[in-house]
Write a protein that binds this ligand. Sequence first.
Ligand SMILES: [Zn+2]
Length: 247
Amino acid sequence: MRRIALFLAVVCLGLAPAAAAPRLLLIPLKGGLYVAEDYFYARENSVVYVGPDHVTVVGATWTPGTAALLAAEVRKITDKPVTEVIDTNHDLDRAGGNAYFKSIGAKIVSTERTRALLQKEGEDSVKQTKALFPDYPDIPIVLPDTVFAGDFTLQDGAVRGFYLGPSHKPDDIFVWFPEEKVLYGGCILKPQLGNMDGADLAEYPKTLQKLKDLNLGISLIVAGHYSAVHGPDLIDRMIAMLAQYKK
Ligand SMILES: [Zn+2]
């Protein structure tokens, strides 16, 4: 009886668990581009590019489980297969889902720098992430199998990965979508500084200045954490936050 009363109290107070909100959303952005908002662990945003005959995922998401959720969302918008996923750095929010993508036959793409750091630090990263997020699973570290010495293009030039120097980590790359004029900033560009462990404080602003000097004509930036979609002014905002952080 007391349990029924408690149940009624909970329902009347509106505290009953509502239908769980989806924790991974795929939202159309522009052209063939979609933003994946992944609310597991620390919110991260990845990007999906639907090309003429296959799909490129930018950011493998946190775990094989979140990667499977993302792949299920991709299947709702296209029949084209996911054939490649880019790890934009060696952190688990970008590389944790590699095992799933490999299991569906996708290539795991990165720079040599990212592959080497994931090989060296991946197992420790799992332990550190579990310390922060106790529900983070014991994931297998799967290394990139399609590795570039420097900058690279996919989807016949419609997806361009490039490196401008150390920033949030030694290896973070940007991904540029020239047709849509959209830049994926990954862990480098975001509306708050976030985790600065491993950031290169001297080089980070220089890397962002190099990005500005490219004059890409950016229309939108997708930030890798916090709110996803921003204007090109996000670069200056990040430079200003870094200058404050040093003081
Ligand atoms: Zn990150």
